[in-house]
Write a protein of this length. Structure first.
Length: 130
C-alpha cells in the first residue's frame, strides 16, 4: 500500500474544517481548493480575477513542491469562479502557467465562494513522473 503524505499550509482553517492543503499517495497528488489568501489570511487581488488566479497557481505550486511534485506534473485543474464573465482573465493566467503542460481543465461558475472577495478557487491533481 502506498504511503500517504499530508501537507499543511498552516492556516487556521485546516484543523477547523479537517483537511490538508495537499495529499500525496504514491505518485498522485491532490491539492485542495485554493483561494487568493496570503499567509496572514488577507485576500490578494481584490476585484482582479487575473491576479487572484496567478497568486493561487503560485500557492498551488508551493504545495506541489512540498510533496515532491511540480506544476509540470499537473494533469487536471478545476476552476471555480463567482462570475463566468471573468473567464478570459482567469484563462489568461491559467494559460501563462499551463500552455506547455495542457492539463485537463474544467471551469465552473458557482453562486459563491467562502469569502465575498474571492473571485476564483482552483484545485489540481498531479501525477509525478517516474
Amino acid at each position: 500500500m502506498a504511503q500517504r503524505q499530508n501537507i499543511s499550509s498552516g492556516t487556521k482553517w485546516e484543523p477547523i474544517v479537517g483537511y490538508s492543503r495537499a495529499v500525496r499517495v504514491g505518485n498522485t497528488v491532490h491539492v485542495s481548493g485554493t483561494v487568493a489568501a496570503d499567509d496572514a489570511g488577507h485576500v490578494v487581488g481584490v476585484n482582479n480575477a487575473y491576479e487572484q488566479t496567478r497568486f493561487i497557481l503560485q500557492k498551488i505550486d508551493r504545495a506541489l513542491q512540498q510533496t515532491g511534485a511540480s506544476i509540470t506534473d499537473v494533469v487536471r485543474t478545476r476552476i471555480y469562479t463567482v462570475n463566468a464573465a471573468l473567464w478570459q482573465d482567469i484563462a489568461q493566467a491559467h494559460r501563462e502557467v499551463f500552455e506547455q503542460i495542457l492539463p485537463a481543465c474544467t471551469m465552473l461558475e458557482v453562486s459563491a465562494l467562502i469569502g465575498s472577495d474571492y473571485l476564483v478557487e482552483i484545485e489540481v491533481e498531479a501525477i509525478i513522473s517516474e
